[in-house]
Ligand binder design. Structure first.
Ligand code: FES
Ligand code: FES
Length: 189
């Protein structure tokens, strides 16, 4: 990524930075004033965390820090030092999608998808704290996340459907398993 720096500002000191990202220990050297979103995307490889407005208004950059939703574009990376960070890449359990990932696909909670990682991590925290939120609680939880495509109703529907899955105790299937032969041999017979 091209870094722009005002010429009168000296380079910041580098400091060691250790966190857990999606259950994996990450140790890096970062600039002391680095923003968490930049470190996650440019140094830790979490490209699922999106940069929308870069000023705290869209929620695209949301991550969980020790389970609590935070805007990574407004968080100094050093504030998260020693913490456990969950990005959208950490929601699935192997090939098993988190219920909210599955219901976003089933209920049309995502269209262009740019806002989706932020919604998913925020909603996963909501469902962790409150597996059966009512509509008011759902809307309050996502009030900091903007979507330009869906009109929000499908997102609320997705949360309700994910809540139903959690309440039923239904095991979430292997939604990412190949549904057809990835290497078909056309005309072989
Ligand atoms: S990129 Fe952080 S709130 Fe928009
Ligand atoms: S799905 Fe396009 S901005 Fe939300």
């Amino acid at each position: 990524m091209v870094q722009f720096r005002l010429p009168m500002l000296p380079a910041a000191d580098e400091v060691p930075w250790s966190v857990v990202v999606n259950d994996e220990e990450v140790s890096l050297r970062i600039e002391s004033n680095a923003i968490l979103l930049d470190v996650l995307r440019d140094q830790a490889g979490s490209l699922g965390t999106k940069r929308g407005c870069d000023m705290g208004t869209c929620g695209c950059c949301s991550v969980l820090i020790d389970g609590v939703p935070r805007l990574s574009c407004l968080t100094l990376a050093q504030e998260a030092s020693g913490c456990s960070i969950t990005t959208v890449e950490g929601l699935a359990d192997g090939h098993h999608l988190h219920p909210i990932q599955r219901t976003f696909t089933e209920c049309g909670g995502s269209q262009c998808g740019f806002c989706t990682p932020g919604f998913l991590v925020v909603i996963s925290a909501l469902l962790e704290d409150n597996p059966t939120p009512d509509d008011t609680e759902i809307k309050t939880a996502i009030e900091g996340n903007l979507c330009r495509c869906t009109g929000y109703q499908q997102i609320v529907d997705s949360v309700r459907a994910a809540s139903d899955i959690l309440a039923s105790g239904e095991a979430v299937g292997d939604s990412t398993a190949a549904k057809s032969d990835p290497n078909p041999s056309y005309g072989a017979d």
